[in-house]
Ligand binder design. Sequence first.
Ligand SMILES: [Zn+2]
Length: 312
Amino acid sequence: MINRRQFSKALGVGAIALGMRNSMLASREEAPRIAITIDDFNLFGASQTIAEKRNRALLDALQSRSNLKAAGFICGKNVDNDLGKSLVTQWGEAGHMIANHTYSHWFYPNYSFEQFSQDVLRVDALIKDLPGFTKRFRFPALKEGDTVQKRDKMRAFLTEHGYRMGYVTIDASDWYIDQRLRARLAKAPEADLTPYKQYYLDHLWDRARFYDNLSRKVLGRSVKHTLLIHHNVLNELFLRDVPEMFHNRGWKLIDAADAFGDSVFSAMPNIVPAGESIIWALAKESGKFDNILRYPGEDDQYEKPKMDKLGL
Ligand SMILES: [Zn+2]
């Protein structure tokens, strides 16, 4: 696999003579940029030893990629105990951003604004003194409200409490691949997991290209991306391969704090139901892309038939 830099170099001046498009010669600076954000910190009932091993594997995978700094969006109920707190603290101490993903991981459309906003404050109290804590907020399942009133009340509430949005630009279904992989491991602990890794990487690459192309169409530029993945077994095994793949294919890995500086994270699209990837939402708001926007943006229903077919 030849990366974009080597490719451009190999083509050299001859390429210009051949009339290659400028995009083919894109410099490293013009490459898409991507940060990793990790949600939930769900330990799936793992023992302390297994949970600590998984946490360490995730942290090591990021550190091995030039000490890349991610953002962890913490679901309070998963870490409201000594073990959970110590695992999250390790992320803060390693320089990663710690942010708010509600206490109960409720689907906002099923709850009132009053219930939901109190749940946001409940996790704030739990994580606000951790190293790396930053007032960024991400809605569970990226669902930001099913009515204009509920959507706008939460926007005002977050602003009032000093929070900024922790939008996802590249949404994906790693959680579903993880679910299938864990089911396989439960039945066959010695199963060959290579096909899961390949499916995962192909899926992320496919989604990244989709949202990056959409960003260029809607905003006329490639935003600083935030990829959504989860603290799970799949990433314990394969997170190391994720930045590696993006790097090898010419994307630039950036820290989450850098990505969140992009102006796209201040956008407040006027759509209902509100949510999904911020790129999806802005595309929806424009009214110009309904032919390519599925709802939800990402879901197990899109991956299930493909994984069934592959016997995964
Ligand atoms: Zn979540």
